[in-house]
Design a protein around this ligand. Structure first.
Ligand code: KG4
Ligand code: ZN
Length: 366
């Protein structure tokens, strides 16, 4: 019988371990070591630094998780680990560790897709149990530093990416705009704070994603990728850059700075940018609900879903349109092992589950 399921996450800059109790259907712990302080000096994630830190920390974080739950290593029933997508060296650190535990204890090692992990992060309620009113199919918009995906989730282990970013991810755009505003890494929380300083107004009306809403009956032509479902956040970042050049702050190549940015201007730019991202997300949800009429629940997950302004606007939209819009617990928005443990549980109980031989468990960047 399945009991304690461990989830390992090391795809980017968090070394994380979660434990899910399959018998009680309850998440028991979520231990995360964030490398943010190590990468801040580089203004972004440095892959070599990230993988070394994972190797250094994974054993300690794993032991801390066992200690928190007060279990010994031989009580673990299965171990799941993120194998894709992510930074190759970072993924390898977690995968090698999980394989070692799998061999030592002779338990299943389950390769988990990071996107499925984020999708599952939204299914844990405040009591750390699986949501009782979870419905399928539902939509999951997953936005982080590495990806912006719209997923149509048809069962606990099956999802289809129906839309994704053509260039930068939403979180990446937050990070890059924050850099222009001389704010620290990661940019999301910094932008959110700056925008609050000017009461979250939309001052500059930055361009929204191009959106040609098709006429009824002409949506979603089978076999063709629907351009209305893809994101482009790089253009938005460039619009912010050009606006700042126009306002006389620096040269286009960023090599020359002409005048200092004051707090109010930073706030106005941050807030207008945040509005443009939010409107883009709302447009996508609205469109998806039209073309997928069977969908009653929408989850907004990933690091960007920490953002209170976006949460408020999406919740308001949900109330107006009678759509059930949900968000993960805050500590499960950014990368964590708990979401991987939950994804592992659902994978193991799926009727389609087939054990993967250890020799076939490999890492994939995309
Ligand atoms: O999911 P995550 O931890 O890692 C990836 O899988 O990439 O997401 C990190 C991203 C960063 O780009 C960060 O700026 C963004 O999530 N983020 C936010 C907020 N907090 C974190 N973006 C907007 N508002 C926030 N409050
Ligand atoms: Zn992630």
């Amino acid at each position: 019988m399945l009991k304690y399921i461990v989830g390992i996450e090391s795809s980017c800059d968090e070394t994380a371990v979660g434990i899910f109790d399959a018998a009680e259907q309850k998440l028991l712990c979520n231990v995360v070591f964030s490398q943010i302080d190590l990468h801040r000096q580089f203004g972004g994630v440095m892959p070599e630094v990230a993988s070394r830190s994972h190797v250094e920390k994974i054993g300690l974080i794993f032991q801390k998780a066992l200690d928190q739950v007060k279990i010994s290593i031989d009580q673990i029933s299965a171990i799941g680990v993120t194998t894709t997508p992510g930074l190759a060296g970072s993924l390898l650190a977690g995968v090698c560790f999980a394989k070692g535990i799998g061999i030592a204890l002779d338990i299943p090692v389950v390769p988990i897709n990071h996107h499925l992990g984020h999708i599952c992060s939204g299914w844990i309620d405040e009591d750390h149990k699986i949501l009782e009113d979870l419905q399928f199919p539902h939509l999951s918009l997953s936005m982080s530093g590495g990806h912006s995906n719209i997923c149509l989730v048809s069962s606990p282990t099956e999802f289809k990416v129906v839309g994704k970013t053509n260039d930068d991810a939403a979180g990446e755009a937050f990070d890059k705009v924050a850099k222009l505003l001389e704010a620290s890494y990661p940019g999301g929380p910094a932008i959110e704070k700056l925008a609050q300083y000017v009461s979250n107004h939309d001052y500059f009306n930055y361009p929204r994603n191009k959106f040609n809403r098709p006429r009824a009956g002409e949506e979603n032509t089978p076999g063709l990728e629907d351009p209305n479902l893809s994101f482009s956040f790089s253009g938005l970042k460039t619009a912010v850059l050009y606006d700042m050049v126009k306002k006389g702050y620096f040269s286009e190549d960023l090599k020359r700075t002409y005048k200092d940015l004051d707090q109010t201007t930073k706030g106005k730019i941050a807030s207008s940018f945040q509005w443009a991202v939010t409107d883009t997300v709302l447009q996508k949800i609205d469109y998806c609900l039209d073309i997928y009429p069977g969908v009653g629940q929408v989850f907004f997950v990933g690091g960007v879903s920490c953002n209170n302004f976006i949460r408020d606007k999406l919740s308001k939209y949900g109330k107006e349109k009678h759509v059930d819009v949900r968000f993960p617990l805050r500590r499960l928005c950014t990368d964590n092992g708990a979401m991987i443990a939950v994804a592992t549980y659902f994978t193991l109980i799926s009727p389609d589950y087939k054990p993967t031989p250890l020799s076939e468990i490999d890492v994939f960047q995309q």
